[in-house]
Design a protein around this ligand. Structure first.
Ligand SMILES: [Zn+2]
Length: 542
C-alpha cells in the first residue's frame, strides 16, 4: 500500500515536472490568443509608424516585446505591459546594424558605446579593413564577459592573419605559410566570424597577391562567410580595385563587398558611374557583389597609411624611420607624398589633411598639414606639407582626416540599391581627440540630410540600407526586420527632427531626434540619457 502510494506520488511528480518543462518550453512561441491576453508584456511601443526594415512603406501599428523578442505587432495592443512607450509622431524601425566598425579600440573602456546607441545603432561588426584580433576567439570571449549595451560581432582580418605568419614582409607565402593562414581563418570562422575582411590598401595587406586573397576567401566562403574589402586603391586605381574585389568573390565562391565605397582625388571624381556599372554587371552574371558607404566627403585612417608610400612601410616602423633618415630615400618618399597631397587624399591642398589624434601630442588634434608647416616656420606649400607629413610620421602614430571626395559620387553611390550604410567609426570617449564625425553622425546624417532635406533616397530605403540589408549580408536571420519572433532591437525617432550634430570641427556631439533605443528587448537609451541596462550580446555567424 505504502509502496503503491509512493509510486503514485512519484508518478505525479514526474507528470508535474514534465508539465512544467512543457510549459517552459512552449512559453516563447505559444502565441495563443488566450495566452497573449492573460500574460503581460515587458514592453509595448504604441502609436508609432512602423518602417519594418524591408523597404516597404511605413504602416501604423503597436509592437509588444516579451523578453528579448518581438511577441506581437498589431493595429492596437491594449494588454498591460511593464513599460509603455508612446511613439506618436515617431518612426519605429529595427535598430541599425553597422557592418564596418572599429569598436575594439574602446568597447572595453566604454561598453555602453554611447555614440552609437544614441544614433540608433544596436549592432556593431568589428574586424574590417583586413584588421582584427588574431586569433579571434579570445577577443570574442572577452567581449562575451563584458557587460555591454550593444551587440558586437566580427570579421577575421586578412592583413592581421598575414602579419601573424609573414610579419610585414613584401613577399609571397610558401605553401606551408599559406596553410597556416588558412588554419587561422578557419579557426576564426569556427569561432563565429561573419567572414573575412581584406585591407589591401594597408601594409601588410598591400603585399597580398590576389591569388592569396582568393585562397583565404575560399575558407571563409566554405563556412558561409562573406568577403568585405577596403580596396587596394580608391583613387587612380579604383576601377582595377573594384575588378579585384569582384574577382575575389567570384573565384573565392562567396559574396563580396566594396566597403566604404568612395572615389578619392579630384581627377577621379565621377568614376563611381563606372564602379557601380561594374557591380551591376557582376550581379547580372551571378556574383553577389555589394557595397557600403558613410555619408561624408572626407575619409579617415592611420596617418602613415595614407601619407607614406607602402614600399616605405615595408618591414615595420623602425625600417620606415631608417628610410626617412636616409636623404636619398627621404627624397623619394617626399616626392610620393607630394603626389598624394596633390592628387589623392590631399585633394590638391595641405589644408585638406587634418590630424584627428596623435599619440605623441594631444595638442596636434584638429591641425591640418598647412598649420603644421607654418608651425615649423615654413610656407604652407604642397612640398612643405609633404615635409610636415614626414615629420609627423617620425614623431609617432596619428589618425588623419582627408577631405578629397565629391558630393556627386557620394550621392550616386548612396542611391544604388546594392549600397548599405556603415560608419567605419570608433566607439568614442566623449571629448577625446578630434575624430571624424562619422562615429557620432553617420546614421542620423543619412536620415536628416540625405532623406529629409535632399530627398536623395526615401526613408524606407535608408532604413533598409541600415537594417535588413546588412542583416541579410551577415545571415543575421533574427535581426534587421520588425516582425514577431525577431529579436527586439528597435530604434524610435522623430523623422522631422532626426539629425547629426557632429562636425569636423566639433565632432563630440550626439545625434538628435532619437526617443528610444532598445537592444534585445531592453531600453538602453530613453531619449535623454543612457540607462544602466547592458543587454548587448556577442553575435556569431549561424
Ligand atoms: Zn577602411
Amino acid at each position: 500500500m505504502m509502496k503503491n502510494a509512493t509510486i503514485v506520488l512519484a508518478g505525479m511528480l514526474v507528470a508535474l515536472c514534465v508539465a512544467a518543462v512543457v510549459t517552459v518550453r512552449l512559453e516563447p512561441d505559444a502565441m495563443s490568443v488566450a495566452y497573449a491576453q492573460t500574460q503581460q508584456y515587458d514592453l509595448v511601443i504604441r502609436n508609432g509608424r512602423i518602417v519594418d526594415g524591408t523597404g516597404s512603406p511605413w504602416y501604423r501599428a503597436d509592437i509588444a516585446v516579451r523578453g528579448d523578442t518581438i511577441a506581437l505587432i498589431a493595429p492596437s495592443i491594449a494588454q498591460p505591459a511593464s513599460r509603455v512607450i508612446d511613439a506618436n509622431g515617431h518612426i519605429v524601425s529595427p535598430g541599425f546594424i553597422d557592418i564596418h566598425n572599429h569598436a575594439r579600440e574602446n568597447i572595453f573602456e566604454l561598453p555602453s558605446a554611447d555614440n552609437y546607441i544614441r544614433q540608433g545603432v544596436t549592432t556593431l561588426i568589428e574586424g574590417p579593413d583586413g584588421g582584427s584580433p588574431v586569433p579571434l576567439e579570445p577577443f570574442l570571449a572577452k567581449l562575451e564577459a563584458t557587460q555591454k549595451s550593444i551587440n558586437v560581432g566580427s570579421f577575421i582580418g586578412q592583413g592581421s592573419v598575414r602579419e601573424a605568419v609573414l610579419g610585414r614582409a613584401n613577399r609571397r607565402p610558401s605553401s606551408a605559410e599559406l596553410d597556416k593562414m588558412r588554419g587561422i581563418v578557419e579557426d576564426a570562422m569556427k569561432a563565429g566570424a561573419f567572414g573575412m575582411s581584406t585591407g589591401l590598401f594597408y601594409v601588410p595587406g598591400a603585399f597580398t597577391p590576389i591569388e592569396e586573397g582568393i585562397e583565404l576567401a575560399k575558407v571563409a566562403g566554405k563556412y558561409g562567410g562573406i568577403h568585405i574589402s577596403h580596396m587596394r586603391d580608391e583613387a587612380f586605381g579604383v576601377l582595377d580595385s573594384v575588378r579585384e574585389t569582384i574577382r575575389i568573390g567570384e573565384e573565392g565562391g562567396l559574396p563580396t563587398q566594396v566597403t566604404h565605397h568612395k572615389i578619392v582625388g579630384p581627377r577621379n571624381y565621377g568614376k563611381s558611374v563606372e564602379t557601380l556599372k561594374m557591380l551591376d554587371a557582376a550581379r547580372v552574371r551571378g556574383v553577389d557583389a555589394t557595397s557600403d558607404q558613410y555619408p561624408y566627403t572626407a575619409s579617415s585612417n592611420a596617418f602613415v597609411a595614407s601619407m607614406i608610400p607602402q614600399w616605405a612601410q615595408e618591414g615595420g616602423r623602425e625600417q620606415m624611420l631608417a628610410r626617412l633618415k636616409n636623404p636619398a630615400t627621404r627624397k623619394e618618399i617626399g616626392a610620393e607624398t607630394v603626389r598624394i597631397i596633390r592628387e589623392e587624399r590631399g585633394g590638391g591642398d595641405p589644408k585638406n589633411v587634418f590630424l584627428a589624434h596623435c599619440e605623441f601630442d594631444p595638442a596636434m588634434a584638429g591641425k591640418n598639414l598647412a598649420d603644421v608647416a607654418k608651425m615649423r616656420g615654413m610656407e604652407p606649400t604642397i612640398e612643405n606639407g609633404a615635409e610636415a607629413a614626414m615629420w609627423i610620421v617620425e614623431q609617432g602614430n596619428c589618425q588623419g582626416v582627408y577631405h578629397a571626395m565629391s558630393e556627386q559620387d557620394l550621392e550616386r553611390v548612396m542611391r544604388h540599391p546594392a549600397t548599405m550604410i556603415a560608419s567605419d567609426g570608433w566607439v568614442q570617449i566623449l571629448g577625446r581627440g578630434v575624430p571624424h564625425p562619422r562615429s557620432y553622425g553617420t546614421f542620423p546624417r543619412v536620415l536628416g540630410l540625405y532623406v529629409r532635406e535632399r530627398n536623395v533616397i526615401t526613408l524606407e530605403d535608408a532604413i533598409r540600407k541600415m537594417t535588413s540589408f546588412p542583416a541579410q549580408r551577415l545571415r543575421l536571420n533574427d535581426r534587421g526586420v520588425l516582425r514577431p519572433g525577431m529579436k527586439a532591437d528597435i530604434a524610435v525617432f522623430d523623422p522631422a527632427r532626426v539629425r547629426d550634430t557632429a562636425t569636423f570641427e566639433k565632432p563630440h556631439q550626439y545625434a538628435e531626434g532619437f526617443a528610444s533605443v532598445i537592444v534585445n528587448g531592453q531600453v538602453v537609451f530613453d531619449g535623454k540619457a543612457m540607462t544602466t541596462a547592458r543587454p548587448g550580446k556577442v553575435l556569431r555567424r549561424n
